[in-house]
Design a protein around this ligand. Structure first.
Ligand code: HEC
Ligand code: HEC
Length: 341
């Protein structure tokens, strides 16, 4: 079965950038930079090359610094939350609740996304609201429902810490500033590669790793159930925005929140289907808690929203076919990713 690579043209971006002010802030504070290159990102043989921004090459020091920052609670307004609080490595960097709890026990508005293979994403957040990883990583810090802090203040605070100050000087040649923060975090996240599931081993030539039931599920995925029409390519997403008819009326407008275009009503970026065993609950609002519920929704053909994609229609799957489809989805779990991070 040949792997399909991303072959659909991305919809034209018409995005209102969140954090646009911040973007200008970091552009103005670019430093001369001591860029010690020398890190080779190891990618599975069947993954495409990852584009790394020229102004933020990967280095082992920066990646390690990014990991440290990812675990740093001082990034939140009241010092109680780190990135890792909502992006737990044991859950493929997502969490287990429907809506993540931010500082002061505030409830977020969306389900936390897992983080892997994000260096390939053409946009970030479920509605594509951030265009680069460097911009994305700082958004949660200022989001009042998440970390509710002020970036400039956080950076001043960290710059007063001897170790952070010294590391920023050593790696970037400056004091600890927003540029240091965003580039380090983004570098770390680019190294979170998941591509060693049993499915990957199968694609790479080991035809013994999938059971008959799982292979049957694969055929359904690629055939009758039509999942590949959106969950396509090496990461099981074509990175487009779609309305799958999760509701007949959406509370969360999805991409329309950004574009104010009703054609985007209820549209969310197609998520990867890797590591589903670790990332429940599912969907933008975590409203489905099991894969059975997800498969039933698709089998039923969605709830019939007026903007629902035409590729979502009743599938008439038998119980056995549903079981096979689920078995296939579970072959996309990458245990080594969970163990090694
Ligand atoms: C309070 C919980 C919470 C905290 C803390 C948090 N996040 Fe998130 N994160 C989320 C939620 C919820 C989303 C999905 C939001 C959306 O799509 O609208 C998300 C999305 C993301 C994404 C998008 C991934 C993708 O595929 O588009 C990245 C990357 C990310 N967060 C990184 C971080 C970093 C870095 C930090 C720390 C600076 C952080 N997060 C802190 C809850 C949190
Ligand atoms: C028309 C495009 C499309 C098709 C076809 C499609 N999906 Fe999806 N899928 C999506 C989108 C978009 C989402 C996110 C929806 C949301 O968050 O509201 C999604 C979400 C999911 C999720 C939840 C993942 C998570 O991390 O939350 C699973 C599981 C899933 N789909 C499996 C399937 C299966 C199995 C099939 C085939 C029966 C399928 N999809 C067919 C577009 C599609």
């Amino acid at each position: 079965m040949p792997l399909r690579y991303i072959n659909r043209k991305m919809r034209t971006f018409n995005v209102i950038w969140i954090g646009i002010g911040f973007f200008f802030f970091i552009s103005c504070s670019q430093n001369a930079g001591i860029d010690n290159v020398g890190y080779v990102l190891e990618l599975p043989a069947h993954f495409p090359k990852m584009d790394i921004p020229l102004d933020n090459p990967l280095t082992p020091e920066k990646i390690a610094f990014g990991k440290k920052l990812f675990e740093e609670k001082k990034l939140s307004g009241d010092g109680t939350l780190a990135c890792i609080s909502c992006h737990d490595p044991k859950h493929a960097f997502s969490d287990t609740v429907q809506f993540s709890i931010g500082v002061g026990n505030q409830l977020g508005e969306r389900n936390s996304t897992p983080i892997f293979n994000v260096g390939y994403h053409p946009a970030f957040f479920r509605d594509g609201g951030a265009l680069t990883l460097e911009m994305q990583v700082v958004a949660p810090i200022e989001n009042e429902l998440e970390m509710n802090a002020n970036i400039a203040e956080v950076c001043l605070l960290l710059d007063q810490d001897e170790e952070y100050h010294a590391l920023a000087k050593e790696i970037f040649g400056t004091e600890f500033n927003p540029n240091v923060l965003s580039k380090s975090l983004a570098s770390y996240l680019r190294t979170l590669i998941s591509g060693n599931s049993r499915y990957d081993q199968y694609v790479l030539g080991d035809k013994t790793v999938l059971s008959e039931l799982e292979k049957e599920g694969f055929d359904l995925y690629d055939g009758k159930a039509g999942c590949f029409k959106c969950h396509d390519g090496f990461d099981f997403t074509d990175y487009t925005y779609q309305n799958i008819g999760l509701y007949s009326e959406y509370e969360d407008l999805g991409r329309m929140k950004l574009t104010a275009d009703s054609a985007d009503m209820g549209m969310f970026m197609v998520p990867s289907l890797r590591n589903l065993s670790y990332t429940a609950p599912y969907m933008h609002d975590g409203s489905l808690s099991t894969l059975e519920e997800v498969i039933d929704l698709y089998d039923e053909g969605g709830k019939g929203h007026w903007n629902q994609d035409f590729r979502i229609f009743p599938l008439d799957l038998t119980d056995h076919e549903k079981e096979a489809l689920k078995a296939f989805l579970l072959t996309l779990n990458d245990e080594s990713f969970i163990k090694n991070n």
